[in-house]
Design a protein around this ligand. Structure first.
Ligand SMILES: NC(=O)c1ccc[n+]([C@@H]2O[C@H](COP(=O)([O-])OP(=O)(O)OC[C@H]3O[C@@H](n4cnc5c(N)ncnc54)[C@H](OP(=O)(O)O)[C@@H]3O)[C@@H](O)[C@H]2O)c1
Length: 267
């Protein structure tokens, strides 16, 4: 019957449709796989079709429903088209994971090009705004929706060379809080996550920046994450992201949650 979603134990997202931006690799791919194992049909969306197709095929091979979707979150038409393809292929989106993100090149402000600054904000902030705007009407009309914005501790912790990334993630956090207020009357909960330092392409690329370009302190920091075994697996933040879309997390709205808090939330 339309509108009725039956929950099955271990599959808290059964009957839901999720769209994961940046779903082709890293944290997004791990999240898409987990949401599928936990019952959701998943639109796996990003610019690199090889990657989103491969994740979608893997989900289907494991018995899940998935759709690869071409998406550039910075492009209004691309966002509208991606949601339309997801709706036509899987159904309207109930769960949106705004995961697509870029650190840009970590340079001090006096050496940063305006185009690089804008690019970071376009992907990390405007992309989340466009996707949320596209998702909200269906969520509100169905009186249920979950949006999780993948942020970063850089939003709170200032680091020299990380102005664009940190400021964009701080803006994303405030977008999360405002969306939470706007979604509340419609049972649309919006949360953010700080995923920790995670072993993904983003960290690989950060390690590859030469010290001459980004300065020795940042270079040493990125190397240190790897050398000292600090990097987490993408599956760890995926657990938190998925948890935030379950009924157990219904009390959370507008909260920004660190990976380390997951255990305590579950107790
Ligand atoms: N890894 C970490 O240590 C860490 C720490 C804190 C926060 N985060 C956040 O976690 C999120 C995921 O990053 P990750 O570490 O998993 O990095 P990643 O492996 O490099 O993945 C980034 C994803 O974002 C997608 N993306 C980038 N620009 C896009 C655009 N314009 N439109 C659509 N998709 C786009 C990429 O796909 P295409 O290039 O194919 O489009 C890719 O799938 C990001 O928001 C990042 O800021 C990561």
């Amino acid at each position: 019957m339309p509108g009725i979603v039956l929950r099955v134990e271990g599959r808290p997202h059964a009957g839901r449709v999720a769209l994961v931006t940046g779903g082709g690799r890293g944290i997004g791919a791990a999240t898409a796989r987990l949401l599928s194992r936990e019952g959701a049909a998943v639109a796996v969306a990003a610019r690199t079709m090889d990657e989103v197709s491969s994740v979608a095929r893997e989900i289907e091979a494991n018995g899940g429903a998935a759709l690869p979707v071409a998406l550039d979150v910075t492009d209004e038409e691309s966002v509208a088209g991606a949601f339309e393809r997801a709706r036509a292929g899987l159904g309207p989106v109930d769960i949106l994971i705004n995961n697509a993100g870029t650190p840009g090149v970590p340079l001090p402000v006096d050496r940063m090009e305006l185009s690089d600054w804008r690019r970071v904000f376009d992907v990390n902030v405007t992309g989340a705004f466009l996707c949320a705007r596209e998702a909200l009407p269906h969520m509100a009309s169905g009186d249920w929706g979950r949006i999780v914005n993948v942020s970063s501790a850089s939003a709170r912790h200032p680091m020299a060379g990380m102005a664009a990334y940190g400021a964009s993630k701080a803006a994303l956090d405030q977008l999360t809080r405002v969306l939470a207020l706007e979604g509340e009357p419609h049972n649309v909960a919006v949360t953010g996550v700080y995923p920790g330092v995670v072993d993904t392409r983003m960290q690989e690329e950060s390690r590859a920046f030469p010290p001459d370009l980004i300065g020795k302190p940042l270079h040493r920091m990125f190397q240190g994450y790897s050398d000292f075994g600090i990097l987490r697996l993408p599956e760890e933040p995926a657990e938190l992201i998925s948890y935030l879309c379950t009924a157990e997390a219904d009390r959370l709205n507008g909260h920004i949650i660190r990976l380390e808090q997951l255990q305590a939330l579950r107790e």
